[in-house]
Design a protein around this ligand. Structure first.
Ligand SMILES: [Ca+2]
Length: 355
């Protein structure tokens, strides 16, 4: 078969970059969970499960697999992809043409969106929702109205990649697993170009795989830059990392991680304080509507680049802002949100403020 052999050689010589996950460990996963969407937020997994009569939205404690909060969908709908937009979750359905919006804190349903076609995977890149429908097309949608803003065809070496399923947005890239395979495509969102083809086969033992369905869960942790991978009815969630930059070569993440701070006053001066206990690697922070961190903190790194670092910092609001309250040192009002901020990807290199 010289012709086929030549094709194989060509695809090896000119094909996209290949990668495999390095497994760091695993967590328990509910073998009754027909996983359709997975994300990590504030140290919890949020997971959407499918099948008629069994579809759920759940908050899961990673270390134990314990379901901390559960919402059961109507038996007439089949749960699909899941994305977080600030303090909301949006959950697709497969063929019911409806997406549900929930408060992340309570799972209270706050609205619905109608859409045409099937719903498969969903993620939020900080500006747009990205949605798959089983084809090679990714749709960009407005996170408030669900209106289609654009679309892109995903191609590997120029050839459309069909059956794109569960998604994870990481900076300007989208990670998509391909239904019925153990392949995850690392995709440049704006062009649809597959940069890397990830072979995630072999995570489960043959015995585990015999009881499970396909890989269908990708979550990213910006604090560690590790990924979590699982699948439908899988007994484990795997924590993995890759050799490549998760955000794309030469790119770093824009504000993604929120850290809750509390307001306080110190010696009668308006101020805020924040503490952390994770291995954050922030370059700088933005505090609520304060757009220039230089107004709040001196420029430069404020956190040690050491995994597992713990510590705290204080800052003081500039005159004329309301991000820090005065008074008696008590927590007052809404917790402040601190955004971990990196240089934006792209030629401008300009930083972007919080949403
Ligand atoms: Ca995901």
């Amino acid at each position: 078969m010289p012709w086929a052999a030549a094709l194989v050689l060509m695809s090896t010589a000119f094909g996209v970059e290949q990668a495999t996950p390095e497994v760091l460990g695993f967590f328990p996963h509910d073998t009754d969970a027909f996983t359709q969407g997975l994300l990590l937020h504030n140290d919890s997994f949020y997971e959407s499960t499918g099948l008629y009569g069994e579809s759920t939205l759940r908050q899961v404690e990673p270390a134990t697999g314990v379901v901390l909060m559960l919402h059961e969908l109507s038996p007439s709908v089949f749960g699909e992809g899941l994305a977080r937009v600030d303090d909301r979750l949006i959950q697709l359905t497969w063929q019911e043409n409806i997406a549900y919006e929930y408060e992340i804190e309570t799972f209270a349903e706050t609205g619905t969106f109608k859409y045409a076609g099937e719903g498969w995977g969903l993620c939020f890149d900080g500006e747009r929702l990205v949605m798959s429908n089983g084809s090679s097309t990714l749709f960009f949608r407005d996170p408030d109205t669900f209106a289609i803003l654009g679309q892109v065809t995903v191609r590997k070496d120029g050839v459309p990649v069909i059956r794109l399923n569960e998604l994870e947005c990481v900076g300007d890239l989208v990670y998509a697993n391909v239904w019925l395979t153990d392949t995850i495509m690392r995709i440049e969102a704006d062009t649809g170009t597959v940069l890397t083809e990830i072979d995630a086969s072999g995570l489960l033992t043959p015995e585990e795989a015999a009881q499970a369905d396909v890989l269908n869960g990708i979550a990213f942790d910006p604090a560690t830059e590790h990924f979590f991978l699982t699948g439908k009815l899988w007994p484990k969630v795997f924590e993995v990392r890759f050799d490549f930059n998760p955000y794309g070569e030469g790119c770093e993440v824009r504000w993604l991680r929120e850290i809750e701070g509390v307001t306080l006053a110190k010696d009668g001066i308006n101020g805020v304080a924040v503490s952390w206990n994770e291995d954050l690697r922030a370059l700088e922070y933005h505090v609520n509507s304060v757009t220039s961190i230089d107004d709040v903190l001196p420029p430069g790194p404020h956190l040690p680049d050491v995994p597992g670092a713990r510590g705290s910092l204080e800052c003081f609001a500039p005159a004329g802002t309301t991000t820090c309250v005065d008074g008696d040192g008590q927590v007052d009002g809404e917790p402040l949100l601190f955004y971990q901020v990196y240089s934006a990807c792209g030629p401008s290199g300009a930083d972007e403020g919080p949403p």
